[in-house]
Design a protein around this ligand. Structure first.
Ligand code: SF4
Length: 344
């Protein structure tokens, strides 16, 4: 694609690309593997080819920064009750018709002017605001990969760990390169159906499954979110197949969050997800053998809490993003002393 993005000065050479003799490049960061001619940009619109060299144009350019509860990511088994200094840029490597952050994820970089913030400035701001974590979120962090890694390294120097909130649409080599720099990853598994990924997200399902296995195999803490959209990905059969796959390939300790869809972007004709759909999905995954299954975006449902999978004692009580009670001590259930998987 030819680039309007050329309006922005490219600030950092990209990682993971190969050069061709004709000054085109192939970006190897995500499964799209965009071939980009000189003067063009990739599908995500935030990486541009200048005379056969590939650059990120969102490096140093976060367009959204907030101090969020870690529960909002959601990561329920990572330092409950702490704050994550959260940032994102414009751009995405999928095009989901239901995008919940479409105003930045589907924007062009030159449409949203932002002040420049170096990784050191981000780390300093996170430190000053007493953030326990740095979170890469809001849009897809894959597309600001170089900035993400440098911010994570700068934050680590200040004793702040990093978490990634991603669609999982990243190639294996960059994911393996990223993981030593982060403490936990949340992946949106948008559906278990390949046709959903193709027709609703303009992507493919299998690279996301591969990413999930890579993260689990690396031993990095992993949680999964499934946004349930009425009539599109909420059938019992699909949820059962998804839960069975998670159980077999990732194990019973990976939390799954079934969350409510709000009508946005190009799918406004569908209603919000009924609470009973979330409860039903949760019960199906528990029945399949998953130990930590949550509901989200509907405060007050029983699926917000964390019980001990061994004795059933209620360990963490939540309401929305609030922690009402946390009884976990030394990583264990206080009643039966079973270790509770997570980062406490
Ligand atoms: S990260 Fe962007 S440019 Fe690179 S392959 Fe993916 S969509 Fe294309």
């Amino acid at each position: 694609m030819q680039a309007n993005a050329s309006l922005l000065h490219p600030s950092k050479e990209a990682l993971f690309y190969t050069k061709n003799h004709d000054h085109s490049i192939v970006c190897e960061l995500c499964p799209r593997n965009c071939k980009v001619p000189h003067g063009g940009h990739g599908y995500c619109r935030v990486r541009v080819n200048r005379n056969g060299r590939y650059f990120s144009i969102v490096y140093n350019r976060p367009c959204a920064i907030h101090l969020d509860p870690i529960e909002k990511k959601p990561l329920f088994h990572v330092y409950p009750g702490t704050k994550a200094y959260s940032l994102g840029t414009v751009g995405c490597n999928l095009h989901c018709k239901f995008c919940q952050n479409w105003d930045i994820a589907q924007a062009n970089p030159e449409e949203i002017p932002v002040p420049l913030k170096s990784p050191e400035a981000i780390a300093e701001a996170a430190f000053r605001q007493d953030a326990r974590l740095l979170a890469f979120t809001y849009n897809e962090p894959t597309v600001f990969y170089e900035y993400m890694i440098d911010c994570a390294k700068a934050a680590a120097q200040r004793g702040i760990e990093s978490v990634v909130i991603s669609n999982g649409y990243m190639n294996d080599a960059p994911m393996k390169h990223l993981l030593p720099n982060v403490k936990a990853v949340k992946i949106d598994l948008k559906s278990f159906s390949p046709s959903f990924y193709r027709d609703i997200c303009d992507g493919n399902r299998d690279p996301v499954l591969k990413t999930l296995k890579t993260i689990a195999d690396a031993g990095t803490w992993l949680e999964i979110v499934c946004l349930l959209i009425p009539s599109l990905n909420d059938k019992d059969d699909e949820i059962q197949r998804l839960a069975a796959w998670v159980l077999k390939e990732l194990g019973p300790n990976v939390p799954i969050h079934f969350t409510r869809y709000q009508p946005l972007y190009q799918l406004r004709n569908l209603p919000p997800t009924p609470a009973e759909t979330l409860n039903r999905a949760r019960q199906l995954a528990i029945k399949a053998g998953c130990r930590f299954v949550y509901t989200g975006n509907v405060p007050g449902l029983p699926g917000e809490d964390t019980p001990c999978y061994s004795c059933g004692k209620l360990l963490i009580r939540r309401y929305g993003y609030l922690i009402r009670e946390n009884l976990i001590r030394d990583n264990r259930c206080p009643a039966c002393h079973t270790i509770v998987p997570g980062i406490w």
